[in-house]
Design a binder for this molecule. Structure first.
Ligand code: GLY
Length: 376
């Protein structure tokens, strides 16, 4: 089942290369359409396409994937030089799956150097007074200056990796301080999560939790919970702090315990479910990768292991059988029914390129024992 799904993904990606070339990047589809909206490497999502290309190259050995991925990395080099739309924290998403993946696969020194420069750029988001990595917007911004979002946990591996490469403690210190703060304020007592949290920019005092893409401030946006499952598992991978492992496990169990009958998440765990309520298949794909990472760290006799393994299999089987485009050759995306920002009216039931990436990463982990590009 996994093998067929990977082969279908590689066929579609090869066809998409012919449409996108080496310098156009798919983001999301609109209005349930069959095609991706493209951009010239200006969005936060552009690394996911490059990550898909590297995964397809590693699976097939076809140099068409490698050559396009290399061309993408060149585009990422120019983007960092020009600082094109990089005034945010998503540098880890962009450069882990592009230049860092190239370094991991090809040991290309220029790719390593580019990735280290990207890590330095991410450090410019650190705010020493509030002790956070600021998610969005310029320093001192009234709304966003003291704001973190749970998604940032997936940007931290870039900093941990830079520490491993250089031995410079500043990368690790920022990553762990931010992970600690996220654990304390974004994760709630019942193992659900806030999407976002605000701190006083001068004193660092906690102000309040809230949401941007979730149903309401106190609800649990399923993709946010998914970023937490995988992000804390990766922070554990790098630091071996058992609190991160425990947090990832708690978030994962909450996620699995709240799934509907077909084992794939709606866009928010607290949204009323009625006819037409959107799913977010990408949340389930991200969580599958997170659980696969988590399982690699749990003791063989951990009491949660059976529940996590069962939830993982059920979710992945449902994604392949009910959400993939395996039986639909005329579309560009791999996974149907992702949602970007339902309340904001942005692509509420569409292809989303990160959903495709994590779906393929999960399949590659299951079929090949591949581990993605978040750590070496
Ligand atoms: N990191 C933005 C999102 O998940 O939509």
């Amino acid at each position: 089942m996994w093998k067929q799904a990977i082969e279908d993904a590689a066929r579609k990606a090869a066809r998409n290369i012919d449409k996108y070339g080496g310098d156009q990047f798919p983001h999301v589809s609109s209005d349930g359409g069959i095609k991706y909206n493209l951009n010239p490497n200006t969005d936060w999502t552009d690394g996911f396409w490059t990550g898909i290309l590297w995964l397809c190259y590693e699976y097939t050995g076809d140099t068409k994937f490698r050559d396009t991925a290399r061309a993408n990395v060149e585009s990422f080099r120019k983007r960092l030089e020009a600082k094109t739309n990089l005034d945010h924290h998503d540098i880890g998403f962009l450069y882990s799956l592009s230049s860092k993946a190239q370094w991991m696969i090809e040991k290309d020194e220029a790719a390593r150097q580019l990735t280290l420069r990207a890590a330095d750029h991410l450090l410019t988001r650190w705010r020493p007074k509030s002790r956070i990595i600021q998610a969005w917007g310029p320093e001192g911004h009234e709304q966003n200056g003291g704001r973190i979002i749970i998604d940032c946990l997936m940007n931290l591996p870039l900093l941990y990796w830079a520490y491993e490469q250089t031995g410079d403690e500043k990368y690790r210190e920022v990553a762990t301080l931010h992970a600690d703060k996220s654990r304390r304020f974004l994760v709630r007592g019942d193992d659900s999560s806030y999407h976002t949290f605000y701190f006083d920019q001068e004193t660092g005092d906690a102000i309040r939790g809230g949401t941007h893409q979730g149903y309401r401030d106190g609800s649990t946006w399923t993709r946010g919970q998914a970023w937490g499952v995988y992000g804390f598992a990766l922070s554990y991978r790098y630091t071996k702090n058992p609190l991160y492992l425990d947090t990832s496990k708690r978030l994962a169990r909450y996620f699995l315990s709240r799934l509907p009958e077909d084992d794939v998440a709606y866009w928010d765990f607290d949204v009323p479910v009625e006819a037409g309520t959107s799913r977010d298949s990408s949340a389930s794909a991200i969580t599958a990768c997170g659980i696969l990472e988590l399982l690699g760290h749990l003791e063989p006799n951990d009491p949660a292991r059976a529940e996590l393994e069962d939830g993982l299999r059920r979710s992945m089987k449902s994604l392949v059988a009910n959400y993939s485009t395996m039986n639909d050759d005329g579309v560009e995306g791999l996974l149907k029914h992702g949602s970007y920002h339902v309340r904001g009216g942005l692509s509420p039931d569409d292809f989303v390129i990160w959903g495709d990436y994590y779906y393929l990463e999960a399949l590659m982990r299951l079929e090949k024992g591949h581990k993605g590009y978040w750590y070496e």
